[in-house]
Ligand binder design. Structure first.
Ligand code: URA
Length: 216
């Protein structure tokens, strides 16, 4: 934000003999919008049939003021039970991946493209993604991250809509609504193919350098 005009205006006020200005609800940070309240409102969603297998709606969690948002595919069994994203085996690996680049889990915001678990962990159907996407779009517009990290091809296709391979997605930095967006392997894929971890590490290092260079 360019604060020069504000300074000039304050100078002008001073010169006009005004020494005090009361600002009722001014905040230099982003407006805090209560994502937890939104999660409660949406938690009984029945817009698609996935609610039938739902134990808990998995909206997302983390710091709503963060500059970095992580987006996975959809809740698995553990997430369905706890209502928290990425808490199962893949989630534990994700937490370790973040730790490896000195990022604490609670300093980012973690969510998924779809908020209810598909049966047997199948890939979400295009209709389910389309129906659920407005929740994610709203989360992104509230959080206004500076960087997004997409985990896996399904989430990448849902947001970037290039319908390409993960390898191709990883080749470039993307812009989702003007937000710098990285794509890397889904941690579940890394659990199945540990040999890919070296490539994920390359992606994570790029992300870390970018994140560390952000101005606060
Ligand atoms: N896989 C995902 O994509 N998201 C989760 O929350 C857990 C596993």
């Amino acid at each position: 934000m360019d604060i020069k005009p504000i300074r000039q205006y304050i100078e002008y006020l001073k010169l006009s003999g005004i020494n005090n200005v009361f600002l009722s609800s001014f905040s230099a940070k982003k407006t805090p919008i209560d994502l937890e309240s939104l999660a409660k409102i949406y938690s009984n969603c029945e817009k698609c049939t996935l609610y039938k297998g739902r134990i808990k709606f998995v909206y997302g969690e983390g710091d709503p003021q963060t500059k970095l948002m992580l987006i996975g595919e959809g809740p698995g069994a553990d997430e369905n039970v706890t209502g928290r994203p990425f808490v199962g085996k893949a989630g534990q690996l994700l937490t370790k991946m973040l730790k490896a680049i000195n990022i604490k889990r609670n300093e980012v915001y973690i969510t998924n493209v779809i908020k209810c678990r598909p049966p047997e962990n199948r890939n979400p159907l295009p209709m389910e993604i389309k129906t659920c996407l407005p929740y994610l779009e709203e989360q992104i517009s509230i959080i206004k991250p500076v960087i997004i990290l997409i985990l896996g091809r399904v989430a990448a296709d849902a947001l970037l809509k290039m319908n390409t391979t993960l390898t191709k997605y990883r080749e470039n930095i993307h812009f989702y609504n003007g937000i710098k967006t990285y794509v890397t392997y889904h941690p579940s894929a890394l659990l199945r193919n540990p040999g890919w971890k070296k490539y994920a590490w390359i992606d994570l290092q790029k992300l870390r350098d970018d994140y560390n260079n952000l101005e606060y």
